[in-house]
Design a protein around this ligand. Structure first.
Ligand SMILES: Cc1cc2nc3c(=O)[nH]c(=O)nc-3n(C[C@H](O)[C@H](O)[C@H](O)COP(=O)(O)O)c2cc1C
Length: 278
């Protein structure tokens, strides 16, 4: 039976680099599939109001396209997520969408375990900033199984493949890994837990991986940089158990709020009349 690939495109440009990249990858997928494209920037996704109603009664009061998009993603056998770089980060719609994913905690469906390839396009080499990290955090938080994460350079629509055989071949190769058996292999300098190459220095030899938020140590062995990273039991998204434990913590928030609400109202009320709002 044909597999279903769902591609989340974060570029508003029709036939822009994100779109042709996703389509080229799918041309090289070695199995029968249907490709469902979602241009997130064409959808109405309202920002999360932090009302937590979804955690209490399972329903988000915002009426828009979120649910249709999330359900389509959940119906996929594999996902492709492609964002252009906008001022060093991915398209802001990705973050707006992610925040609304709070409602997936009590939802009857989940995106957990779905294979995904994360793709970034950027106009200038070296100027992709934190876009890749943003996509990788997105997939880690939702429990997606990261197969590959790559950046492609080109400013004009289509330019990523214009006289650029290296990028064209790289896209073609990604078609093979989307639903293959092989686990993602990490660069030797990357976080051994999640593969991210963005590491926060905490002083002396201590580090924290910015994407998976596990802690470790950095050392130098000759010319080689070595990272040792251990599972942080306090994490809230890295393992399925941590994700579920965080879900329970969120569910208990209502009881905590009911217990503390008078005290909290007394504390915040002091600030109520200060300043004027635009
Ligand atoms: C508002 C805006 C900000 C951008 N900022 C960056 C940037 O910080 N770094 C970069 O390399 N390219 C930047 N670009 C260029 C795009 O990332 C690049 O053109 C990319 O290929 C667009 O992908 P698309 O064709 O799928 O829309 C920016 C483009 C726009 C419209």
């Amino acid at each position: 039976m044909a597999k279903k690939i769902v591609a989340l495109i974060l570029s508003p440009r029709e036939l822009g680099n994100c779109e042709i990249l996703v389509k080229e990858i799918c041309r090289n997928v070695p199995f029968a599939h249907e490709l469902q494209l979602i241009r997130l920037t064409d959808k109405e996704i309202k920002p999360c109001k932090a009302c937590y109603a979804c955690l209490v009664n399972g329903k988000c009061p915002l009426d828009d396209d979120f649910k249709a998009v999330a359900e389509t993603m959940a119906s996929a056998d594999a996902l492709l997520i492609a964002t252009p770089t906008y001022f060093m980060g991915g398209n802001g719609m990705l973050k707006v969408f992610l925040d609304r994913c709070l409602q997936l905690y009590p939802a009857s469906f989940s995106l957990r375990g779905k294979p995904v390839i994360n793709l970034v396009t950027a106009g200038l080499k070296g100027e992709a900033g934190y876009s890749e990290m943003m996509l990788n955090s997105f997939s880690l938080i939702l429990g997606l199984k990261l197969r590959a994460s790559e950046v492609f350079y080109g400013a004009l629509p289509g330019e990523i493949f214009l006289d650029n055989d290296e990028q064209f071949q790289r896209a073609a190769a990604l078609g093979e890994v989307l639903l293959g058996e092989k686990e993602r292999s990490f660069d030797e300098w990357a976080c051994p837990m999640c593969g991210s190459d963005v590491i926060q220095l905490l002083g002396q030899d201590r580090i924290q991986c910015v994407v998976c938020r596990n802690y470790g140590n950095i050392s130098q062995n000759g010319k080689k940089v070595e990272l040792k990273v251990e599972l942080n039991p306090e994490n809230i998204f890295f393992t399925k158990e941590q994700f579920q434990r965080h879900g329970l913590w969120l569910q208990e928030m209502k009881a905590r709020f009911m217990r503390l609400r008078r005290k909290l109202a007394a504390l915040t009320g002091v600030y109520a009349d200060q300043g004027s709002w635009l």
